[in-house]
Ligand binder design. Structure first.
Ligand code: SF4
Ligand code: SF4
Length: 94
């Protein structure tokens, strides 16, 4: 029996997008003032965060809802909440 790679397992998942209601909002003023490490760019297993023109951008649609970024960031830099009921990731195991 073949074991699936992490990437293959993640590809099985399904996302119900809540258009217009991001569950992650980055406060770039706090990032620029307080954060030199930019841990979000390294700790997120789904690569949700990127740096564009010096600003941190969260592509929240691909979030795995693991909560890692909420530990890595100062709380005032990140507004994070679970997606509304019925939205977000649906894990499927193959
Ligand atoms: S989102 Fe968090 S980890 Fe990323 S730059 Fe801002 S404060 Fe730092
Ligand atoms: S909760 Fe997990 S998957 Fe979602 S943005 Fe944070 S680190 Fe990435």
């Amino acid at each position: 029996m073949n074991r699936l790679s992490v990437t293959e397992r993640l590809a099985l998942n399904k996302y119900e997008l809540d258009d217009g209601h991001p569950h992650i909002i980055v406060n770039n003023e706090v990032c620029e003032a307080e954060c030199k490490i930019r841990a979000c760019l390294f700790v997120c297993p789904a690569n949700v965060y990127s740096q564009q023109n010096g600003k941190i951008v969260a592509d929240w649609a691909g979030c795995l809802e693991c909560g890692t970024c909420t530990v890595a960031c100062p709380p005032e830099a990140l507004h994070w909440e679970y997606p509304r009921g019925g939205f977000g990731i649906l894990y499927r195991y193959g």
